[in-house]
Structure formats: C-alpha cells, structure tokens
Design a protein around this ligand. Structure first.
Ligand SMILES: C[S@@+](CC[C@H](N)C(=O)[O-])C[C@H]1O[C@@H](n2cnc3c(N)ncnc32)[C@H](O)[C@@H]1O
Length: 226
C-alpha cells in the first residue's frame, strides 16, 4: 500500500483577523456566505492576506494546489486498484482523510464548496459512512499512523534517481502543498528526504511521478495483473 500525504497544505477557512477585510467581505457577499464560512483563496483575497500576513502572502490561500493534487491522485490507476490512500494535512494541523472510492468535483468552484462543507461539518456526506472526514493531527502523527518507510519529497533533499530509488511496498510519501518556501513542520521525523529532479516541480507533478513509479514496480504483482 502506498500512502500519499499533501503536507502543510495552504488550505484553510479565512482566518478571523481578515474576515472583515473589504476584499473578503465582497467575495463572501457574492458567494452568499459568511466570511467565516469560505476558504481563503489568494485569487480573491491576496490584498487581505498581504495586509495581515505580509511574510506569507506568496504562499497562503491555495486550494487550487489541493484540487489539482487530489485530481491526479484520486483518479490514478493506483487508486482505482485500491493500492493508494490519500490525505491532506493543512498548515493548521487539520487532516482530511479521503476514501479511495471518492470521486471529487472536477469543477474548481464545486471543489471549494465541498471543502467548505468538510471544514464546517467534518464528515461528508455523513458521520455513519463518510467519504471524506476531518480530524486534528500533526504531520508526524499522521505519517506514523500511515506506517512503512516515510519519505518526504523536497527540492532541498538528497538527490536521487527515482527509477533506482528503493521504494518498499509499504511506503508513505509526503509532498508539500504550498507554492513556495519550505515545510512549516519540522520534517526530521522522516526516514528519508529526497529530491527527484534538478528543478522545482509543482506538487501535483511530483505526486504523479511517484504514483507512476510505484505502479511500474508493484501494480502487476499486487493486483495479479488484473
Ligand atoms: C512547488 S513545491 C514547493 C516549493 C518549495 N520551495 C520546496 O521546498 O520544494 C511543492 C512540493 O513539490 C515537491 N517538489 C517540488 N520540486 C521537487 C523536487 N525537485 N524534488 C522533490 N520534490 C519536489 C515538494 O514536496 C514540494 O514541497
């Protein structure tokens, strides 16, 4: 089984200190929702983010990264074969666990609505049989729960050739869910920190590289070629 975590993802409800900012209020009004019920989104709230969090203005409010990552991971052959488990861990230590059979909205605005629903209700569609659910957990605790070899992907990691890298059957990969900068969490708990390319990759591209590599190694063996 491969576990794949999007770590320190820039996914959050608009933080309280900027809920009254004009850019947020205007956007919430258009969406007919309270500012306290909408996702922070840099496409609409950049000025608000800059006003209160200038040092983090280039990284916060990026649900689009989470959307593209989940589209790739959930629709992969590996996931359809039942060999992948996917998680989103956020900057606030909210963890969204996603059942493999979950088909997520391809339209971005519908994905945003779904994530807002998860933050508000914790369980989607309901607590008895959730396809997605949210709990509080740190990145090291989640990785430990997933188990196997824990590998963080980072452009600052040890340079490896992915095709020759030792990937055990039970493995947890962590990819950063932010556009720039470093992990907020101290990633020293990992068994290995690796760089798989000389340039910076988008999170969803890094995700698909490792999913495809795991498929090449193990798909036939673990599914009996079916
Ligand atoms: C856009 S990058 C974030 C940029 C950041 N400066 C960093 O430390 O990688 C998003 C994520 O993709 C993965 N990634 C990007 N380039 C990579 C590379 N060359 N090797 C391994 N992982 C990479 C990392 O997990 C990274 O956190």
């Amino acid at each position: 089984m491969m576990h794949l975590i999007l770590g320190d993802a820039e996914l959050e409800i608009v933080p309280h200190p900027i809920q009254g900012h004009p850019a947020v209020v205007k956007h919430a009004r258009i969406r007919k929702k309270k500012p306290s019920r909408i996702l922070l989104d840099a496409s609409y709230h950049h000025q608000a983010i800059r006003s209160k969090y200038p040092e983090e203005a280039e990284r916060r409010g990026r649900p689009d990264i989470v959307h593209l990552f989940l589209m790739n991971a959930q629709e992969s052959i590996l996931n359809k074969s039942g060999l992948l488990r996917v998680y989103v861990h956020t900057r606030n230590n909210d963890v969204i666990k996603i059942r493999p059979e979950t088909r997520l909205p391809k339209a971005y605005h519908r994905f945003v609505g779904l994530m807002e629903h998860v933050f508000q209700n914790r369980y989607v569609p309901d607590k008895e049989n959730p396809l997605l659910y949210l709990e509080k957990m740190s990145l090291p605790a989640l990785a430990k729960e997933c188990g196997g070899k824990i590998v963080v992907l980072s452009e600052h990691g040890r340079k490896v050739s992915l095709g020759k890298y030792e990937i055990p059957k039970n493995v947890t990969f962590i990819i950063g869910g932010f556009p720039s900068g470093d992990f907020l969490t101290n990633i020293n708990f990992a068994d290995d920190i690796i760089s798989i390319h000389s340039e910076t990759l988008m999170a969803w591209v890094a995700a698909y590289e490792i999913i495809a590599e795991y498929e090449r190694r193990y798909l036939d063996e673990l599914t009996g070629g079916n």
